[in-house]
Design a protein around this ligand. Sequence first.
Ligand SMILES: Nc1ncnc2c1ncn2[C@@H]1O[C@H](COP(=O)(O)OP(=O)(O)O)[C@@H](O)[C@H]1O
Ligand SMILES: [Mg+2]
Length: 385
Amino acid sequence: MSFTRGRDAATITTDSAAGAQSLTLDSLVKTYAARGREEFTAVKGIDLAIEPGELVALLGPSGCGKTTTLRMIAGLETVTSGSITIGDREISDLPAAKRGVGVGFESYALYPPMSIRENLLYGLKARKVAGAEQMVDSIAARLEMEDLLSLRPAALSSGQKQRVALARALVRNPPVLLLDEPLSHLDASARNRVRRELKVLQREFGYTTIVVTHDQVEALSLADRLAVMANGVVQQFGTPDEVFDDPANLFVAQFVGEPQINVLPGVVRIVDGRTRVEIGSGAGYLESSASSVRNGESVTVGVRPQDCSLARGTREDGAGVGAEVAWFEHLLEFGLTTSTVRGMEEGIVTVTPAQDIHEAEERVVLTASPERVYLFDTDNGDRLR
Ligand SMILES: Nc1ncnc2c1ncn2[C@@H]1O[C@H](COP(=O)(O)OP(=O)(O)O)[C@@H](O)[C@H]1O
Ligand SMILES: [Mg+2]
C-alpha cells in the first residue's frame, strides 16, 4: 500500500496487500485499579479476529468498554491480560509508537502554534514521505476541510477538530486504523457526507479499521462486521444483516434496529410439534421457529416492527393476535401503528405500508412469520432457538 508517485501524486492505491494486516484480540481484559475504590473490570475477555482490510464497528452503549478496548490496541492503556496481534506480530507489550497503529482520537494533541496544514504534514515530513503536500490536500478535499488548513487549532469548533483528527489519522497511512466516535460532533448533513467518504477512503487505503460508536446507523452503514458490546463483553460479532436478522440475545435485539423491537411476555404451547407463543390474555398466539422450548414455559418474545403484519378485522382461527389500534403515525414512506393487546400493558408497534391509514380503536390482527418471531430466556436474555 502506498501513494503513487509522479503525475498524480495524490492518487491513493492499494497496490499490495502487504499493508493490510489482520488484527486479533485474544481474551483481552482490562481491570482498572482505582485508588481507594474497588478495582473495576471494564473489558472482560474480548476475542475478535478482524480480517486484513476489514472495517469493524464496536457498537455499544456509553460505558461498555469501547474506548478502553481501543486504547489497549493503540498502546495508550496497559493490557491486564490477553493478547493483541497485528498480522503475526504480538504487540501487547510494544510502546504505542512501535505498533503500526493510527489513532483518530479527537483528544489527540495538535501543536497550537502550527496551522492545521503544518500539523497534518508534521509526521509525514519527519518520515520524508513523498507527495506529502498532495496527500494532505487530497484528504482535506475529500473530508471537505480545505478551508481549515490555514487555521490554527485554537480556532476550530469541535466538529472541525474531529475532522482534523480523522485527516491526521488517515494521512499517516497505518496498517491498522482506530477511530473513536469519529463523527459524533458533526452536524447531520456533514456527518452523512463524511461517513460516506470515510468508508471510501478506508476501502482505497485498505486499512484494517475499528470504528467505535454508540450510533447504530453509523455502525450499520460503515461496518463490514459489527461487534455489539455490553458490560465489557462482546455480545455478538457478525455482519449487519446477521446481527439484525439473527440476534444472539435480547440486548442485541433491542440495541440494533429502528424502531426498536417489540418485546412481549409470552407462554409456549407446543401443538403438533410446532411452537406457539400465547400473547396477552386470550388474545391469540404467534408461531415461532424456535424449538428448544418446553410446553408451558414463560418466555420473552421479540418481534421487529418491520416483521409484523397487521390486518383489519377480528381474530378467528389460526396464528395471529387480536389487538386494537391505539395510535397511528403517518411518516410519508410508511406508517407506524401502535396496537394494544388485552392483558398487556405495552403496545405493539408495526411498520405499515404508506397507503394504509389506520384509526384509533380499529380492530386488527397481528401476524409474523415464524422465523422472525424470536424467543429469549426471560431470566438471562439468551436466545432460545
Ligand atoms: N482510567 C479509568 N479508571 C477507572 N475506570 C475507568 C477508567 N477509564 C474508564 N473507566 C471505566 O471503564 C468503563 C468503560 O469505559 P469506556 O471504555 O470509556 O466506555 P465507552 O467508551 O464504551 O463509553 C466505564 O465504567 C468507565 O467509567
Ligand atoms: Mg468511549
